[in-house]
Design a protein around this ligand. Structure first.
Ligand code: SF4
Ligand code: SF4
Ligand code: SF4
Length: 275
């Protein structure tokens, strides 16, 4: 790795550029940005781009002599190279367009990426933000994962027994709801606080009491996979941003070089993130 987002490729005089969008949403590309990426691939690369799992795009086989001009083209469109080495990897968010979102996460990803995009850390660090427990961006196998939650409650509005809240595709996925002659019963041990039932309950028998974020830490994929552990439940986006800054700060201070958050937790315990 010779620079943040400029990656060696074959043949040696060429480079692969790993490109992320920092404006307007770091988890999406505008049609204009896609056009610029296509033009650069066509003019200076191989005509191909590679879409990475972390919502960045790699443009391979770039002529290094053209790098300066390419950077100008990218930056004008809110595009930047990065997300490599020990720099914080692109903060990935699931789709803000998805019906299942308890809280859409694109805005949070945008803020975290713009705050920490150029921060070098002791080891590889991923942050992944999911709008519900389906965890499409794999929040539970990331160094820091966030999953948004909707805490539901039963109201005094009469259930019409439409059964939508217990049926596929939009009803409860974990069989936590029973419709009985005496009303609706929610099994709170089974409920994962996704809020799907409240989205489709027209009379409002089931509604959202409050929304929140669960933070998980210490997970990873790759050669030594491991599941993250639950760390904290938090109410607001601002608190999530502050908590993640604290976690990254303590990790930077206490981890050995090359150690990931999960490795550090194995050595020092989860309390290392608290103190
Ligand atoms: S994690 Fe949930 S809200 Fe996000 S894209 Fe997947 S299903 Fe939709
Ligand atoms: S909020 Fe709970 S009860 Fe409602 S659909 Fe989700 S898991 Fe089921
Ligand atoms: S969606 Fe609402 S009205 Fe329909 S069965 Fe469920 S609780 Fe009752």
């Amino acid at each position: 790795m010779d620079n943040n987002g400029i990656i060696p490729c074959r043949p040696g005089e060429r480079a692969t550029l790993r490109v992320r969008s920092l404006e307007p949403y770091s988890s999406e590309f505008t049609s204009g940005q896609i056009g610029v990426l296509a033009d650069i691939a066509e003019q200076f690369g191989s005509g191909f781009v590679h879409v990475t799992p972390r919502q960045t795009v790699e443009i391979p086989h770039i002529d290094r002599a053209a790098l300066e001009g390419i950077m100008e083209l990218l930056n004008k469109e809110g595009l930047y190279t990065g997300s490599s080495g020990t720099y914080l990897r692109n903060v990935a968010a699931c789709s803000r367009w998805c019906l299942y979102n308890a809280i859409p996460m694109s805005n949070l990803a945008y803020k975290l990426n713009n705050l920490h995009a150029d921060v070098a850390l002791p080891g590889k660090t991923n942050i992944s933000l999911s709008g519900c427990d389906f965890s499409c961006v794999r929040s539970r196998t990331s160094d820091i994962g966030v999953i948004s939650r909707a805490e539901i409650e039963l109201t005094d509005r009469k259930c019409k027994k439409c059964t939508l809240c217990v049926k596929e595709p939009l009803g409860c996925q974990v069989d936590a709801i029973r419709i009985t002659d005496n009303g609706v019963i929610i099994d709170t041990d089974k409920c994962v606080r996704c809020g799907f039932c409240s989205n489709i309950c027209r009379p409002g028998t089931i509604s959202v009491q409050f929304r929140s974020f669960d933070i998980f830490v210490g997970g990873r994929g790759g050669i030594k996979p491991g599941e993250a552990v639950f760390y904290k439940r938090i109410q607001t986006e601002e608190e999530v941003i502050a908590e993640i800054a604290r976690i990254l700060g303590r990790y930077s201070k206490k981890a050995h070089e090359g150690e990931r958050i999960g490795d550090m937790m194995e050595r020092l315990g989860i309390k290392a993130l608290e103190e």
